[in-house]
Design a protein around this ligand. Structure first.
Ligand SMILES: [Zn+2]
Length: 245
């Protein structure tokens, strides 16, 4: 992180210290929760995670080459890297744990592992946030699902880019991106609440071993989640949504 001079510099420096302290705390908590053993690629010394905080959202979008709806990003460059901007809403409790989760989970399952659908990446990253926004998303997606406006889990699984999520004609891009994230959280939250964190770690282990998504779900959760269709039924039931057949 580079500090600028004057008042902005002091603000940066203070913020930087908070980022370090909070990042360490999130790292310990998330790494142990998702089974990322501390001796496998620990973020130490020259493998330390780099956090770049841009001075404004504009310079972040340009520097990180991200779409307008993005507030933070994680990537593997020479080291695990997080990019965000000064003043992002509740960065320390929201984006920071979110992006750390992305990096730890991807290191665990394999950075380029294409079997892990994006909704699992995003759902678990939202699950480790400390703000209340994920719970609000869950309430909203329940309402959408009750009216049949959710994205089928089979379709969700095929989406690698949230901005390609389907939207009805009266809904815009932001609405479909929001639905993608909300549903991702809701399904992961269902798996965590119904089956617990240990089985989620088993799901990630299955991915690490090379299982495809349905095999990984079946091996981690058994017959009730034997395929994507069964997962969708169980998830909808947990939201109190019964689908007309
Ligand atoms: Zn994310």
């Amino acid at each position: 992180m580079e500090a600028e001079s004057g008042r902005a510099g002091a603000e940066f420096l203070y913020f930087g210290q908070s980022v370090l302290k909070e990042a360490e705390k999130h790292y310990q908590k998330i790494a142990s929760a998702i089974g990322h053993s501390s001796y496998q690629d620990p973020w130490l010394w020259d493998r330390r995670c780099a956090v770049y905080i841009y001075a404004s959202k504009r310079s972040y979008l340009k520097g990180a080459r991200m779409p307008g709806w993005s507030n933070a990003a994680a990537s593997f460059e020479n080291v695990p890297t997080i990019r965000a901007y000064l003043g992002a809403d509740d960065f320390l409790g929201t984006q920071l744990p979110h992006e750390i989760t992305h990096l730890l989970m991807r290191q665990f399952v394999g950075v380029g592992n294409a079997s892990v659908p994006r909704w699992i990446d995003e759902g678990v990253a939202l699950w480790f946030e400390e703000s209340g926004r994920a719970r609000e998303m869950d309430d909203w997606v329940s309402v959408e699902a009750a009216q049949g406006r959710h994205i089928s889990i089979a379709r969700l699984t095929g989406l690698s880019d949230p901005s390609l999520a389907p939207a009805s004609p009266d809904q815009g891009l932001n609405q479909s991106v929001s639905l993608f994230y909300a549903e991702s959280f809701s399904v992961v939250n269902f798996l965590m609440e119904r089956f617990g964190q240990a089985r989620f770690v088993e799901l990630l282990r299955q991915f690490k071993k090379g299982s495809d998504v349905e095999t990984a779900l079946r091996k981690a959760y058994g017959a009730s989640v034997r395929d994507l269709e069964a997962l969708e039924q169980e998830w909808l039931r947990s939201l109190n949504v019964t689908r007309a057949s």
